[in-house]
Design a protein around this ligand. Sequence first.
Ligand SMILES: O=P(O)(O)OC[C@H]1O[C@H](OP(=O)(O)OP(=O)(O)O)[C@H](O)[C@@H]1O
Ligand SMILES: O=c1cc[nH]c(=O)[nH]1
Ligand SMILES: [Mg+2]
Length: 212
Amino acid sequence: MRLHVADHPLIAHKLTVLRDQRTESPTFRLLVDELVTLLAYEATRDVRVDKVQITTPVASAVGTHLAAPRPIVVPILRAGLGMLEGMTRLLPTAEVGFLGMQRDETTYEAITYANRLPDDLSGRQCFVLDPMLATGHTLVAAINYLLERGARDVTAICLLAAPEGLRELDEAVGTRGDVTIVTAAVDERLNERRYIVPGLGDAGDRLYGVVG
Ligand SMILES: O=P(O)(O)OC[C@H]1O[C@H](OP(=O)(O)OP(=O)(O)O)[C@H](O)[C@@H]1O
Ligand SMILES: O=c1cc[nH]c(=O)[nH]1
Ligand SMILES: [Mg+2]
């Protein structure tokens, strides 16, 4: 498994405002969107391309087009949904699949409540979106779904990752495919409730409000 921590002052600035408990939902949503676009730039560095011949108003030239088959972007609901638009703005031809997953706050296992993915993902580049990688259980389950459907090239884009979750992910899926994690920061640790410290709290709640 490869880990890429995006080290850029603009990312650090936006992440700091995002972490601040005084930042309300509208600003939080805007910042998540902006951060994803910056992270997506790094995450798509190896996106597959073809050379194409074009004619400009001045001359003919060889250019670059995104190659077929189209990449697939998979936001993990709820919080990953806040990252979708920022990603598809950069990759407008991508197909979008959905995974609805919720962490059980007693066992910390991931429960899947929705699944809308193509059956065959062989040969497809997959980009998974979830802002938080805490214990790693959610992302392990999500990446397993993709690997079971034949995907071998999976990049997960997160805003924050905990060292515990990165280790879990590496042990669970690190050798079963070409898996890359792109994150804005790796935080210190998890607390006794398995929240990322210092983190930013519950990303889903801060994006969309607290549900019962
Ligand atoms: O690494 P883990 O320990 O599995 O935790 C991370 C998961 O927890 C959050 O989702 P949550 O379960 O709060 O659902 P939500 O997006 O609907 O709020 C987050 O968006 C991840 O999906
Ligand atoms: O810190 C955390 C851990 C899990 N889920 C979140 O939204 N935040
Ligand atoms: Mg949540």
